[in-house]
Design a protein around this ligand. Sequence first.
Ligand SMILES: [Zn+2]
Length: 301
Amino acid sequence: MHYYTHSDCLLHEMQPGHPERPDRLRSISQHLERSGLLSDVTVVQAAPLDPYLLHLAHQDDYLQRLAELSPNEGWVAVDPNTTMNPHSLRAARCAAGAVHQAVRDVLSGVDRHAFCAVRPPGHHAEANAAMGFCFYNSIAVGACTALSDLQRVAILDFDVHHGNGTVDIFKQRPDVLVCSSFQHPYYPYRHADTVAANIINTPLPAGTGSTAFRAAIERDWLPALERHAPQLILVSAGFDAHTEDPLARLELGDDDFRWITELIVSCANTFCDGRIVSALEGGYDLKALARSVHAHLEVLA
Ligand SMILES: [Zn+2]
């Protein structure tokens, strides 16, 4: 497995005390180092995305507006819970660049599995809006990168929040299957009612645990994947559906993230020579996040 990251992802900070904080990446890398897993994978310092490639997923006026808002010091709010410091857009370009590079490497046969340990997350960023701690939709950029070589890709999103940005970007793109499981009703309250053959929404009530989660994923995602037969699977890997996570109220455990990763590997082996590019989205309890990422990567590695 190839593991992509960038040290500049640590420079983006929102207000003090914000849950989407640099310590999330530190906690993951420290845990993986201690467990020895990091020495079994190829660690790559990814290059930031060329700015023109952001147009793959976002509108020009949005990108310009965001660049104009970027502060020289302090913070600027772009959404009630999303703020930029002077390094935020650089960090977001590093996150998107990691996914872009991972897709290119996996498609050229460098490796079959890639994980991007990056922040800020991206799946709430719509074509024309930053929100929910997200600026650039990295997984969408990765999907568009892949579609210059492929006809069909799938994005599987098991973050506890609905991947509204990814749905917004691909709702009229039948070549991209988007499957998202999420606590409902809950933030972001957008696009969860989108009806399109390529959009599979799996809403889960607060309190949903392992058994009901697994049954819903098998019921909704497997037939859709069968129909779509993706040539690459991308994963919006959020770990905030963990029962120890402070932001939401699903009740998954470390083993559920192992289970869904095994399911994704099995689908990738069936449809696309095992090719998987996974990128970090949410996950806000530092210990549960590190253990869950470890479970995800043990399967991928
Ligand atoms: Zn989330």
